[in-house]
Design a protein around this ligand. Structure first.
Ligand code: NAP
Length: 320
């Protein structure tokens, strides 16, 4: 059997990071191949923005744009520049020697460099009603969706820095914010907790859990059922939106045995670069970023990864 052609670069994931890497790598004549995923529990073609409605903070779109439309434009631009897209998941990767090996649907692909842009999934509580109301008032990103609830009531769930940040941000936009957390103590930094506690628009429901989101029958969020975990009492709280801020899970299953990760599970990159612990492997977007997590920052690191892959090829690959 003949060995497959060795590619200059394979990109894994097709959110803002992966597709921006595709645009830049194609324009540098690297003939990139991007596995965009198949949306079957693996990679999400288009990434997290495919679950968002209105995107009002992506620069260049004065009137806003929907997440799927924005990603359609990214994709069209990557293809037009010459990035080859395959609508498949990657099943396995081997970084142990050059060229790197990538398997998808039983076929082997080889590449000198890899750009990993598999993203991170927002964690959700796991309620059926929550699932039904995603994008209809249930959101995992206050910066993305908060302005849609200007002047309305919001609930935030979580006790980490993200929950504090989201509650503070929403308090500046919404009429009221209820912050629900399952323990009495917050995990968040003291400074961020203090800001929340000092904000008169934010009310706290501690040692409490959200046990139901209303109302799937109305196809929008009208309230939540909050259970006091100490007394067992359940009360109904009216709200127009529920922001779930209970952490994200980076999509590192393919690489976690091979690449160095941060203690929190995200891919470790050299600060200010997309360079990972393996030369020739670059990580861009949310798979390596638990702080900013914005489409525009992911696109920025996708650009960096393509430029770094190109420089790596110039320095290390005489055939290039
Ligand atoms: P996190 O620190 O992991 O906090 C997640 C929170 O969600 C915890 O309070 C946890 O409760 C709660 N939680 C987890 N699963 C839950 C469930 N099933 N039901 C209800 N509550 C649940 O996540 P994060 O807040 O997204 O922060 C991630 C990282 O980013 C952290 O390192 C954070 O410091 C950093 N970050 C920094 C900034 C900043 O500096 N500006 C902003 C945002 C994030 P328990 O506490 O009970 O476990």
């Amino acid at each position: 059997m003949t060995e497959p052609t060795v590619r200059n670069v394979i990109i894994i994931g097709s959110g803002p990071a992966g597709l921006t890497a595709g645009i830049y790598a194609a324009r540098a004549n690297l003939k990139p191949l991007c596995f965009e995923g198949f949306n079957a529990g693996g990679l999400i073609p288009g990434g997290q923005l495919m679950f968002t409605t209105e995107v009002e903070n992506y620069p260049g779109f004065v009137e806003g744009v929907t997440g799927p439309e924005l990603m359609g434009r990214f994709r069209g631009q990557a293809e037009k520049q010459g990035c080859e897209l395959i609508t498949q998941d990657v099943d396995k990767i081997d970084f142990s020697e050059q060229p790197f090996k990538v398997w998808s649907e039983g076929q082997l692909y080889l590449a000198k460099t890899i750009i990993l842009s598999t993203g991170a999934r927002a964690n959700y509580i796991g309620l059926e009603s929550e699932e039904k109301l995603k994008n209809r008032g249930v959101s995992a990103c206050a910066v993305c969706d908060g302005p849609l609830y200007r002047g309305k009531a919001a609930v935030v769930v979580g006790g980490g820095d993200t929950a504090m940040e989201e509650a503070s941000y929403l308090a500046g936009i919404c009429s009221s914010v209820l912050l629900v957390h399952r323990r009495d103590d917050f995990r968040a930094s003291k400074a961020m907790q203090d800001r929340v506690r000092a904000n008169p628009k934010i009310k706290l429901a501690l040692s409490s859990a959200i046990v139901e989101v209303f109302d799937p029958a109305e196809n929008k969020v009208t309230g939540v059922a909050v259970k006091d975990l100490k007394t067992g009492e359940v009360t109904r709280h009216a709200t127009d939106a529920l922001f779930v801020a209970i952490g994200h899970t980076p999509m590192t299953d393919l690489v976690k045995e091979q690449l160095e990760l941060q203690p929190n599970g995200y891919v470790k990159v050299q600060p200010g670069t997309t360079t990972t612990s393996i030369p020739g492997v670059f990580a861009a977007g949310d798979v390596a970023d638990w702080v900013y997590r914005q489409a525009v920052t992911a696109a920025g690191t996708g650009c960096m990864a393509a430029l770094e892959a190109e420089r790596w090829l110039v320095a290390n690959d005489s055939a290039h």
